[in-house]
Design a protein. Sequence first.
Length: 531
Amino acid sequence: MKSLSWRAGISAALIVIAFVFLVPSVTQELPAWWSGVLPKDKIHLGLDLQGGVHLILEVEVKKAVESYLERVVEDLKPDLRKSKIRVLDLKRRGIDGIEITLAPDQEAKDLETLLGTNYPSFKLETGVRDEKGKAYFLSLLEQERTQIYKMAADQALETIRNRVDQFGVTEPDIRPQAGYRILIQLPGVKDPKRAIDLIGKTARLEFKLVDEENSLEDALKGNVPAGSEILQETAVDRKTGRKTTVPYLLKKRSALTGESITDARVELERMGEPYVSLSFDSRGARVFERITGDNVGKRLAIVLDDKVYSAPVIRDKISGGKAQITGAFSMDDAKDLAIVLRAGALPAPVKILEERTVGPSLGKDSIDQGFTSMVIGLSIILILVAIYYRLSGIIADVVLLLNIPFILGGLALFGATLTLPGIAGVILSIAMSVDANVLIYERIREELRLGKPARAAMEAGFARAFVTIFDSNLTTVIAGLVLLQFGTGPVRGFAVTLIIGLVSNVLTAVFMARIVFDYLYVIKRWKTISI
């Protein structure tokens, strides 16, 4: 009696807990005290059930190598001057390395020393001597190039994950794939275009001085001075909405980049216009203070992804590590810009290889069809089991139905996502629960045919069938764990519900059903089994 009491108590507690975790998914009207005491997270629906965005991106890792080589070129210039190495030409060659031409009377020994000390990622290869000098090639080591590829892909994955988290998507699925690709699934996104723009924006922020020493008109005619470039600002007329472009001649070298940004948030001007307020780290604050102090009266352009946002005149030295980006922003534009600046720039551009948008109506149809198929299948099973096994079949039906709240409650407990394949996993779990009951009942029938009394047949049936049930469910759980570890979105959704359902099967078919049989044939001492 004591054993039956504590087993019944555990079962009742588990049922109550399952329903408690299900309440937030069933109703939105929870009492005020609920969220402070009881769980409030509901079951998350996957992309195929509530709609959203499916993307496969490819990180253009070769661009990361190009950027790395460009930075090395800029770093080499002061190092070469410091080492008194006279150079006639210095430029990047693709993603292979850097071409450097030394003066005719310049020896390569000092260059070799400089590379060995400060640039171990490069191998010096001798080129051809001509009347202008002797050309050398700084070849980027293959292992270093591979490492840059990997770091670019990893950093892009982390940056995109940070952007999506700040965008507010519930239960996104973001994972790397082969070939430096990234799979992204964003369930419940209402504005797919905005989400795609946010994810794909490189968000390289640069502060560049306007080149006021040379003529913009001459540069527009094709005579761009060395060390300068032409970038455009898009201006929008607030009354007509007409867009015009304004060209700027800027110094190519960045005075400061967004790598020093510690925070970016949306603020409002006096007239209610949004702008983005920036905060720099200590190093960035010092650099920004020096730049503004040394260039009072000049214009400093704020450039994002080679697009000029504004180019204000520096009125005075700016201390405190603060700056702001103004422009013809909508509130959403300002918020998205702040998000990408906080999350950081992508190390390389990303290219969209596959894009699918699932509408919420299609997701609702999937839910309805999945629910209908589950109800029809479950009803047929319940009727057949009750007819074939009579009273024992009705007991099996009751514990069989308990699998549903246990599975759904488990999804809410672990914060898992319910997908359309996940519904298939629920149906398969229920089918395997029926299989467990069939094993037990057929074993009981065999014992009864051997002439054993009801209680002995019942105990032998549960005891001997348990090993088979446990083994079959355990092997399937292992298969489910493999799917969960190595599968992608839909496969993982199937694996989650399958694993939870299999654990629930053992609990209901063996543990809870046994409580009912013990009560009837041990406590009430029934002499026959309706099976």
